[in-house]
Design a protein around this ligand. Structure first.
Ligand SMILES: [Zn+2]
Length: 466
């Protein structure tokens, strides 16, 4: 029975989707004005693992993520770079999607850009005005937080406490309450804008999420995820918007928030010189290292990225690789009657693994179970007591686990081998198949000159850098 910690109730609750096994899940996507850093990667790895697990358990998950492609930060950065905000946003969106692909974060069903949902955003603002939850000022339309009686239920803040909060958007001094936030910002000259009943303008930050989720999910859905710094004001504002519009609640059944990532004990900041983009990380390290590093910590706990953690995690990957190799070698041996198979290893592992995950995604415990399996397996192998069948079963169970985690079996990137070399390898194969050994050998030499050598195995040629 899967239990999730719901920020709304501050309790672990049994997970039951609103309808059967259908799960509608939304996670706040990036504001595309810069490269994504490893803190972003943490959030998106966490939700990628959750979605993959739910799918493996037979849930039909629709995973929606927005892309904030219009925002003050984008406009300001574009000005600095003397390019259009749209070009800047598209460029960084591309970088973001590339980073996600490198990290095998491939569970998102749909990415939805804010600028492609202006019609839905305007419709929400209109309904909020009509219902008396919004008002107009000279520079835009604002949400009146004092009108929504449940304001603060997620962050446990009152309207007065909300007044201390600084919102991301510059706001008018004439607001009714200091915590009121902008829904539609009338544009200044030269800024990107869209026509609306109130004049040309652009959406506030919070409204894009509810406009997008209402379009794909309706006024209520199952899970909303994001980093914990988004609880206030962002997610609180989403509740206020959508529940006021629909007069229905809750907007979201389970609110899940991931913890912060610090670097050497401090918040990541460019000024501190400890800002690590995903691209920086991947220049030095394989992507699966980041995935393991993230899931080793519980998703709600703080994660401190430092040298020690990095080297420990590297060693763990090596240990698991060695074990996999041993299991592979063993699994191809002939099975004979002399093996007293089944030490109950796999059954115990699967039980432990599932119990850990089902307890609010306790991935560190699940990882510990994996390494326990590795230790026990290694000890059996060293005593020559692991049967080929069991080795095969271990590989299979780890493959299943890895469909969720994606850090164990990671095919070595083929992109690193130049196309020219791959073409020669194919050519050589065709000569070999037709018995033209001389020609095949010439090509092998050519390939070697290019810095690669070929090893012929029964699964076909393996290419390696010399
Ligand atoms: Zn959001």
């Amino acid at each position: 029975m899967l239990k999730l910690y719901n920020t709304l109730s501050r309790k672990k609750e049994v997970f039951r989707p609103r309808i059967d096994k259908k799960v509608n899940l939304f996670v706040c996507g990036p504001t595309v004005y810069d490269f994504s850093h490893i803190g972003h990667a943490r959030t998106y790895i966490v939700f990628d693992v959750m979605v993959k697990y739910l799918r493996q358990k037979g849930y039909n998950v629709f995973y929606l993520q927005n892309i904030t492609d219009i925002d003050d930060k984008i406009i300001n950065r574009a000005k600095e770079r003397k390019i259009s905000p749209q070009k800047l946003a598209r460029d960084f969106e591309k970088e973001y999607l590339e980073d996600m692909k490198s990290l095998k974060i491939d569970s998102v069903s749909k990415y939805a850009r804010a600028t492609e949902h202006i019609k839905e955003i305007i419709s929400q603002v209109e309904r909020l005005l009509k219902k008396g939850f919004a008002y107009r000022l000279e520079d835009g339309i604002y949400y009146d937080i004092s009108k929504f009686k449940n304001y603060g239920k997620l962050s446990k803040r009152t309207v007065l406490q909300a007044e201390d909060a600084v919102s991301r958007i510059d706001e008018s001094k004439e607001k009714r309450n200091k915590g009121d936030f902008c829904l539609w910002k009338l544009s200044k000259l030269g800024e990107p804008s869209w026509p609306s009943p109130w004049g040309r303008g652009r959406p506030g930050w919070h409204i894009e999420d509810t406009a997008i989720t209402e379009k794909y999910f309706g006024s209520q859905y199952d899970i909303h995820g994001g980093a914990r710094d988004l609880i206030f004001p962002h997610h609180e504002a989403e509740i206020a918007q959508m529940e006021a519009i629909s007069s229905r609640g809750p907007l979201v059944k389970y609110w899940l928030h991931s913890g912060f990532l610090t670097v050497k004990g401090r918040k990541m900041a460019k000024s501190l010189g400890n800002f690590i983009t995903i691209k920086d990380f991947l220049k030095e390290n394989p992507p699966r290292l980041l995935r393991l590093l993230v899931v080793k910590t519980h998703y709600r706990s703080p994660l401190d990225y430092n040298e020690k953690l990095l080297s420990q995690t590297k060693k763990e990957l090596e240990r698991i690789d060695e074990f996999i190799d041993k299991c592979k070698n063993r699994s191809v041996r002939k099975s004979s009657g002399r093996w007293k198979s089944c030490h109950g290893l796999i059954v115990r592992f699967e039980e432990k693994f599932e119990k850990a995950i089902e307890d609010d995604f306790n991935t560190p415990k699940a990882i510990a179970a994996i390494f326990e399996l590795v230790n026990q397996g290694n000890s059996l192998i060293s005593r020559n007591k692991l049967s080929p069948t069991e080795a095969k079963e271990i590989l299979n169970v780890l493959k299943k686990v890895d469909k969720v985690f994606n850090f164990i079996f990671w095919e070595k990137s083929k992109e690193k081998i130049p196309k020219e070399v791959l073409k020669l390898v194919r050519e050589r194969e065709s000569y070999r198949k037709s018995g033209q050994w001389g020609k095949a050998d010439k090509i092998r030499k050519k390939i070697k000159e290019l810095g690669y050598w070929i090893k012929d195995t029964k699964d076909g040629p393996k290419i390696k850098k010399v």
